[in-house]
Design a protein around this ligand. Structure first.
Ligand code: AGP
Length: 616
């Protein structure tokens, strides 16, 4: 949460900072601010509650704030509600030092009390102001020394950008448990939470590690360890196109990313299939290790967790290995049954989700091998896991994940085949059928996308519903969880995903005339059982929108002609059963998108959310 950027160079900093912040807004968007230094104006801090455009108007697109060095911040509030005062940058009491921060200072109350006892007056409710004030408290003319002292006293997570008006020819960056990169430009240098913010200016970057401190000057960057000893760090080249992080003519990133799913799945799958086999170059599991595994854990949050639920069904079915799926925030504190015979798979688009990262660390501590499925290259989870499989979905900007989710599902299918092969549980014909099916997914997703107007129509019928249920069994239930989350996070419609057979144990009491029930009926084996549950809700007045396969649609249409168990049918191409979730999720994403559009919601930046959840 929160995006930070810093620039030092020869050009006017403010427009560059604002442009960078516009790429970071997905990380938080309740307020924004910049601090820019110039000889004439000193340290000029402008910040405002609201979206970046509010700040941008205040500074006339950056034209009214002069100086060639500065910091910017876009906020997702933790300590103190969104307000002008609580916005970053925060400055020390003399106005000499400004700080932008992503993370949480856990011991800020103690430090604040200490500073208050020394006569320091605070203006905001934030944890970050404590850092600005402490920097000044320890400052004796050497800002780097002061930074080192403050870092030694604070607990928690941080990515900092710091500027001091006594030495305006430099910016300081420091990180622990929050992402921070450096960018090396021509006659300029950058710090940022994410490469998207600086890609316009440079592709030459360096990922800071925990404990790193960097001093950025216009023509030189020095990186230090916690003891302030200079260290060398490798540079990385970012090779994806700038257009990948831009809307490219679409009204919303979410819609663009939905439409990019065929490519995301193809890019993720194709390079990993060679000579009819799954090849995972970055994974080093042996047949012995897999055969001796007692249990596999999948640990993640939100949509990535839902990927885990799908994978539990497929891995247990095809690899015959017990799979526990755990919410990362719970796993960490439940004394999990994990040891060296457990493989812990962590799934994270951002690779920076604090709960998932810390759950992974806990698993490692307990002796498990960890395998990460991650989209963001160079992210903390990717770096710390024993093995990594990247989802090559490209940058995902919309807060609601779509293409990264689909790429994660594809990776879990690859992993299932890989493990099944090593464990010897997958007969060759089934292995080949799934592999062939996986390769066909991109074109099948394209086919579903070409039918999007049908889904738009159903959204227009139901966008005013206050409550929606997604019911399904087995893999259909797993996909219902994601459909339900998509709908609530972007359209603010209350929805629940329920295992269809469980409804009658209580929740069915919520079904009344006109309640929309989305019946997920792609899973052939349980189709008839699911339809019995559909009849139960229909009898109680529900409107039923069924999602099934093309071939079952024919059957359902025949039945609906006489007894109308469903009101409308959406269908997806037929595929191997374990691959159906990859297809079924697409209409559900589109449905949520169109409902949110009709309800006038801010689709790419839903209220209260942020893309990368770097706090516990
Ligand atoms: C889904 O649309 C959400 N944005 C959210 O649930 C997300 O999947 C979750 O926060 C986990 O993020 P990660 O994959 O980056 O770890």
């Amino acid at each position: 949460m929160c995006g930070i950027i810093g620039y030092i160079g020869e050009e006017e900093a403010a427009p560059i900072l604002l442009d960078g912040l516009s790429k970071l807004e997905y990380r938080g968007y309740d307020s924004a601010g910049v601090a820019v230094y110039s000889k004439d104006q000193g340290l000029n801090v402008v910040k405002a509650k609201g979206r970046l455009e509010v700040l941008s108007r205040l500074v006339d697109g950056g034209k009214s704030v002069h100086g060639t060095v500065g910091l910017g911040h876009t906020r997702w509030a933790t300590h103190g509600q969104p307000s002008d005062i609580n916005s970053h940058p925060h400055v020390s009491h003399s106005g000499k030092i400004a700080v932008v921060h992503n993370g949480i200072i856990e011991n800020y109350v103690k430090l604040k009390q200490f500073l208050i006892s020394k006569g320091v007056a605070f203006v905001s409710e934030t944890d970050t102001e404590v850092v600005a004030q402490m920097l000044e408290y320890y400052y004796e003319g050497d800002i780097l020394a002061s930074v080192a002292k403050v870092l030694a006293r604070i607990e928690g997570s941080y990515a900092f950008g710091i500027i001091c008006s006594d030495c305006p020819n430099q910016l300081i960056a420091a990180r622990k448990d929050s992402p921070l990169i450096l960018g090396f430009g021509k006659d300029c240098n950058f710090l940022a939470s994410d490469v998207t913010a600086i890609l316009k200016h440079t592709r030459d970057v360096c990922y800071l590690a925990d404990g790193d401190i960097a001093v950025l000057k216009q023509d030189q960057v020095t990186i230090y360890n916690v003891d302030l000893e200079p260290i060398e760090k490798p540079h990385s080249h970012v090779d994806w196109e700038i257009s990948a992080a831009e809307k490219g003519g679409y009204e919303h990133f979410m819609f663009k990313e939905i439409m990019e799913q065929p490519k995301a799945v193809r890019d993720t799958v194709s390079p990993r299939i060679r000579d009819g086999k799954v090849v995972l170059d970055s994974v080093n599991l042996t047949a012995d290790y897999v055969q001796n595994l007692k249990r596999l854990y999948i640990v993640a949050c939100g949509s990535s967790y839902h990927v885990g639920i799908v994978a539990k069904y497929t891995i247990e079915r095809l690899v015959r290995l017990p799979v526990e799926v755990a919410l990362a925030s719970e796993f960490r504190y439940c004394n999990p049954l994990v040891d060296e015979n457990t493989l812990v798979v962590v799934v994270s688009q951002s690779g920076e989700t604090a709960d998932t990262r810390d759950a992974m660390r806990e698993a490692k501590r307990l002796g498990a091998r960890t395998l990460a499925v991650v989209n963001v290259v160079g992210s903390t989870i990717a770096k710390e896991a024993d093995d990594v499989i990247y989802t090559w979905a490209g940058p995902e900007i919309a807060v609601a994940t779509t293409k990264a989710y689909s790429a994660q599902l594809a990776v879990m299918d690859l992993l299932t085949l890989y493990l099944g092969d090593l464990k010897g549980t997958l007969p060759a014909p089934e292995y080949d059928a799934i592999l062939g099916g996986l390769q066909k997914l991109p074109e099948q997703i394209e086919e579903i996308l070409s039918r999007k107007e049908d889904i738009q129509y159903y959204a227009s019928l139901y966008f005013n519903n206050q409550s929606v249920f997604f019911i399904g069994r087995n893999l259909d239930y797993a996909i219902g969880l994601e459909g339900s989350l998509k709908l609530k996070e972007i359209s603010y419609v209350h929805s629940e995903a329920y295992a269809a057979g469980e409804l009658k144990h209580g929740t069915i009491s919520l079904i009344e005339n006109g309640t929309l029930v989305v019946a997920l009926a792609t899973y052939g084996t349980l189709f008839d059982k699911l339809m019995s549950n559909v009849v139960e809700v229909k009898t109680r007045g529900a409107s039923v929108l069924a999602l099934t396969t093309d071939s079952r649609r024919v059957q359902l249409e025949k039945e609906t002609a006489n007894i109308r168990p469903v009101d409308h049918i959406i269908s997806i191409p037929d595929a191997h059963e374990i691959l159906l979730p990859s297809l079924a999720v697409v209409p559900l994403q589109l449905f949520s998108y169109y409902v949110a559009l009709l309800r006038g919601c801010d689709i790419d930046k839903p209220r209260n959310l942020a893309k990368s959840v770097t706090v516990e």
